[in-house]
Write a protein that binds this ligand. Structure first.
Ligand SMILES: NC(=O)c1ccc[n+]([C@@H]2O[C@H](COP(=O)([O-])OP(=O)(O)OC[C@H]3O[C@@H](n4cnc5c(N)ncnc54)[C@H](OP(=O)(O)O)[C@@H]3O)[C@@H](O)[C@H]2O)c1
Length: 269
């Protein structure tokens, strides 16, 4: 069935922005949820309902869902797309960066799911789509929060897709491979050949968006896009199987090398 109304989080750039443009072109009713107002965007898309909500704020998200329900404007499909990627496990583990990633990528989705599972049963399906990542399978030692958040998200959505099977709630997830966007990647921490390989398997943003749009019209559980990233995933899975911990910087924030226990500190160290 063609999707007539959607809610998309994180439409200021990248995947969310491309989804917004795609659904506006198709004449759908769109609710765009962003943490900041972008006047140019609002002027360009006057028919879109822009909501200024930070997905980390559970009360604000719940109020938004309640308001949409009360006015009979709850969309048919939720693309819970907003996400960030930070280096949080560099020389030392950065708890604040890790927390920010978890609060955005994981809780920023769960804040929507909780009120949506409490709404009255609907006659038509309500799609709740998490934008997860191939990173949820393989991870990256420098972006521990990103890996953990996406893996937790996938686990939750795997459970909910089974639990709510054959009900009005359709839980789906997109395992997005590399596609060009504004999101920070860990490329700067990787050797150049890893970054090049990633680029080689990168998909086109508009192709990924078309795949997501058609996916929202089915009850399939998962979508891998770009499909050409599947060999990349298998290669990464094999690599992490062979080398469970990738070589990582062991400096402290003060720049000293961390020593094995029992070894004497270097002269002057
Ligand atoms: N691009 C890839 O290769 C790739 C691969 C796998 C998965 N993904 C996933 O795809 C999704 C979209 O990423 P993208 O590549 O399109 O990145 P992007 O261009 O950086 O877009 C991220 C969007 O999320 C918004 N956002 C961040 N924190 C927010 C918050 N607390 N509340 C509301 N909105 C917030 C950003 O808003 P601001 O402009 O205000 O920051 C922006 O609109 C993410 O979940 C990402 O993990 C991307």
């Amino acid at each position: 069935m063609k999707t007539e109304s959607v809610l998309i989080t994180g439409t200021t750039s990248g995947v969310g922005r491309a989804l917004l443009e795609r659904y506006v072109r198709a004449g759908a009713r769109v609710v765009a949820v962003n943490r900041r107002r972008i006047p140019e965007l609002e002027t360009r898309f006057p028919a879109v309902r822009f909501e200024c909500v930070d997905v980390r704020d559970s009360d604000a998200v719940r109020s938004l869902i309640n308001a949409l329900c009360l006015t009979g404007q709850l969309p048919d499909c939720f693309f819970l797309n907003a996400g960030i990627n930070e280096v949080d496990n560099d020389e030392s583990f950065d708890l604040d960066a890790y927390r920010a990633v978890m609060e955005t990528n994981l809780y920023g989705v769960l804040h929507f799911v909780s009120p949506l599972t409490r709404i009255p049963v609907r006659k038509k399906p309500l799609h709740i789509i998490a934008v997860s990542s191939l990173a949820s399978y393989v991870g990256n030692p420098y972006g521990l929060g990103y890996f953990t958040s996406k893996r937790s998200l996938s686990t939750c959505f795997d459970v909910w897709s089974k639990m709510y099977k054959e009900t009005d709630l359709v839980f789906q997830q997109v395992m997005l491979g590399p596609v060009p966007s504004a999101i920070k990647t860990m490329d700067q921490r990787m050797s150049p050949w890893v970054a090049k390989t990633r680029q080689l398997f990168s998909g086109d943003l508009s192709v990924a968006v078309e795949a997501m749009v058609s996916f929202a019209e089915t009850t399939e559980k998962k979508l891998f896009t770009p499909r050409r990233a599947v060999p990349l995933y298998l290669g990464m899975k094999l690599t992490t199987g062979l080398f469970p911990v990738l070589p990582q910087d062991k400096r402290t924030l003060q720049g000293h090398a961390r020593r094995k226990t029992g070894t004497k500190p270097a002269e002057g160290g």
